[in-house]
Write a protein that binds this ligand. Structure first.
Ligand code: COA
Length: 170
């Protein structure tokens, strides 16, 4: 499952058009607001986040922080058969677009899934600046996706993070 998606062509197009363009395989790529997500799939998205961010990273934190249900929040995920293997969410605040909860199942890493979801997210949000709070060990990876450091390191839930932004029109 390594589809090539025409990201450059989909910037600033309506969400449904982007969705249709990005669907090389009906079972692979998905984007929706929380109210449009099948409950079992939503369970699996949240389970993946819990398995990695809380269990694997040994970090007790409130993964479900209320932002998933914002009417403007977009959830993107990739399925492999019946499993959710990768996910990301896009938060839309008044002045800022933020990508977060970027995670791929341990068994599916290194296949470019998170990279594809981030590129898809860029395609969805269009020509705007994007902010992320990156775990420090992934700084180089995010740089390879066009993000640059925008401030000093900070500690969040005992994990070293840094703010990074991707300028509009990257
Ligand atoms: C970080 C994470 C989301 C990446 O997911 P992924 O689907 O494996 O990512 P991709 O396959 O798109 O990219 C991995 C590639 O980036 C490369 N890479 C990793 N770290 C890198 C770095 N610091 N600089 C440059 N490239 C890097 C890897 O070598 C790998 O390349 P390869 O595919 O040629 O082997 C995944 O490891 C994960 O879920 N980690 C735990 C949760 C987490 O920390 N999330 C991020 C919170 S900020």
């Amino acid at each position: 499952m390594q589809p090539v998606w025409p990201w450059a062509e989909v910037r600033q197009t309506p969400i449904q058009a982007v969705y249709d363009l990005l669907m090389p395989d009906e079972s692979a790529f998905h984007v929706a607001r929380i109210t449009d997500i099948d409950p079992v799939i939503l369970y699996k998205i949240l389970q993946l986040r819990m398995d990695v961010f809380i269990v694997e990273q040994d970090c007790a934190y409130a993964d479900m922080d209320g932002r998933d249900v914002d009417p403007t929040t977009q959830h993107l995920w990739i399925t492999d058969r019946d499993d959710v293997v990768s996910t990301i969410r896009i938060l839309h605040d008044r002045d800022v677009v933020e990508f977060g909860r970027i995670v791929t199942a341990k068994s599916a890493r290194g296949r470019g899934l998170s990279r594809q979801l981030i590129e898809a997210a860029f395609g969805l949000v269009g020509n705007v600046e994007v902010w992320i709070g990156a775990q420090a060990q992934h700084e180089g990876w995010y740089e390879s996706l066009g993000f640059v450091r925008s401030g000093p390191n900070y500690l969040e839930d005992d994990i070293v993070h840094l703010p990074m932004t991707s300028p509009a029109g990257r």
